[in-house]
Design a protein around this ligand. Sequence first.
Ligand SMILES: Cc1ncc(COP(=O)(O)O)c(C=O)c1O
Length: 291
Amino acid sequence: MGRSFQMFESARAAFRAELARAHLAPTECILLPAYIGWSPREGSGVFDPIAALGLRFEFYPLDLKLRIDVPALERAIEREGARALLLIHYFGRVDESCDCIAALARDAGLLLIEDCAHAMLSDLVGGVCGRLGDAALYSLHKMLPEAGGVLVRNGVEDDGGGANRIWRHDLGAIARRRRQNALRLAELLGGLGGEVEPLWDDLPEGVVPQTWPVRLRYADRNAVYREMNAAGYGVVSLYHTMIAALPRSRFPEAHELSRTILNLPIHQDVDERGLAAIARMLEAVLTVCRV
Ligand SMILES: Cc1ncc(COP(=O)(O)O)c(C=O)c1O
């Protein structure tokens, strides 16, 4: 199967280009996962293209582990007007229902876009996503020391769109290192008991995480975030704030996750000592940030 790789300045620009190409009519809508964040500095990488094009949208629900509620999604597809579906492989992980969802999308004739902003290596190295539908998106800076975004179109021959610089990196080695780091960090965090709850209990073959997501249920996440970064450990919270279109009253799980999530670094430049230091610092910070 041919795939075309076209460079953009960002993943959101690639997403916007694919949406514009699809020409959704005013009556048609795109189905979005109900966990999309926003920040004053970055805006919303997922939602801004939808807003900029003035598209109709509806959300489908996810649980606290970001698993898709398939019956609810099926109902959303059956409701009139769905024309496109966005799947986000959060932090590199692929939902176990994705094949079934792709079949539902295919049967309904939907444009299926996989947001692989965090899952570029799960796609390119693991081969476990990115080929379910029509298109996929990468955000290079989230996985590599590179700027830009890529629009991948499946079933289309390579148009030489300038994505070649990605292949200069040893993607296999980077992917292996990220998986090793994730498994080791999970082991190191095991000692912290229920205070640090991993979002995932396992790491299926082929999945290459972007970060290691955990929930802090008994600590002030914002305080932990500040303390960890002040100490030089680059943690993030994807996402710390939901977009306004996802109100707490309708999407309490999304807000609960957003309030408690912390994404720990497992990138290829972190070594065993670095991981141990992250775990130690987190343990120390938690003792002063309990609520
Ligand atoms: C899931 C997801 N998709 C897309 C984007 C947009 O990526 P970029 O910053 O390259 O536009 C982001 C980040 O903002 C993201 O987290």
